[in-house]
Design a protein around this ligand. Sequence first.
Ligand code: PMP
Length: 432
Amino acid sequence: AERFGVNRSTVVRALEELISYGILEGEPGRGTIVRSNTWSLLMSTAPPDWGSYVKSGAFQENVPTIQTINKLEFKKDIIRLGTGELSPDLFPRELMSELFHRLSQKVPSLNYLEPLGLPELREALSQRLKKQGIDADPSCILITSGSLQALQLISVCILKPGSVVYTEAPSYLKSLQVFPSAGMRLSGVPMDREGLLYWTIKEEDALLYTIPTYHNPTGILMSESRRQELFRFCSSRRLPMIEDDAYGDLWLEERPPRPLKALDKNGMILYLGTISKTLAPGLRIGWLVGPQSVVERLGDVKMQVDYGASSLSQWAVTELFKSGLYDDYLTGLRIELKKRRDRCLQLLDQYMSGLAKWDIPRGSFYIWLRLVGRIQVDQLFQLMLKDNILINPGNVYDFEKNQSVRLSYSYASEKEMETGIRKLAEVLRDLT
Ligand code: PMP
């Protein structure tokens, strides 16, 4: 047999390591002994390689800035200058108390519901959509757990991996993740003040995802004429569209043009709505309107995914719509949001002129600050964090480098807005 020389110090290190694992015990006077439960210790010191499991899931991770925002939003005393949600100060406590009182008398059960969602809610939605010029039978409406789930279902049920999804550049942050996670290739379409420049779209085997009304993150409202042209362009190429109308009810002075879906008489468009921006994202209620074959397919898969959206939330939204409580609430909300927008614009005039450019949003929550100097928005994000202020840097919404910041006037209080914007100006001045 071959003989190997073993270095004495290697043996000593090996013994020390085994002692540190608790496999051997060194006792003065007794030498080194093997512990009686060595076998179970050996078994328990070898967990699966979760690191490689964690990396192999289908979903992409959030970019680090978003992971930071998702965590820090809940830190005490943080100022949230970019949050796309209503402030807790705007939470309609009386409305909710009235609503839940009514529900306690009316809801027959909280059992599972049918695949497309509560029929009463789909009927109420069908009536509401009619007022916007959308002709949707309840059989063509699917209730989803938020409109993000509608995007999810569309991407895994009806789109081909490898096909192209056009979106505005920049676009809603999660649209940039949900489609690629399901294997689609994204392509950004540039915008001007009237909406996306549809004539730059080239490919045939594709679909267009658009947010024509108070676009997230830029706040751009697609003009009436651009809507007509876009619809004609897509119809002539049989290019299907997803119209995301999360913000359409949040006009501040005058109603926006009708949704693209109002032009659609033969099923070109999958139209998405949600209660998240107007009232409560925590209810997790959204809806999708489209051809019956698509709605049924998505509803069938939804039963596998979560067995339907919360039935309590579905009853709640039905009551809100049918009673008129919701429309009264919206009227008050628009007044509040307009006040906040105007105050935010005053603050921007006071502190930010010369440092950024912006347009006046006509609805929704966002002001898109286009920074004037050569600014690294990631660095700006980090510097603002030092003062406990969270901003949403534009590069998380875009396909390429971006020199903008998405401000929101819906979340921070007036005082926080002032502190935050003053600080933002200070930091920008230091950086330029
Ligand atoms: N679409 C757009 C454009 C959004 O801004 C949001 C929320 N930020 C959503 C969809 C998703 O909303 P939810 O899933 O809560 O309905």
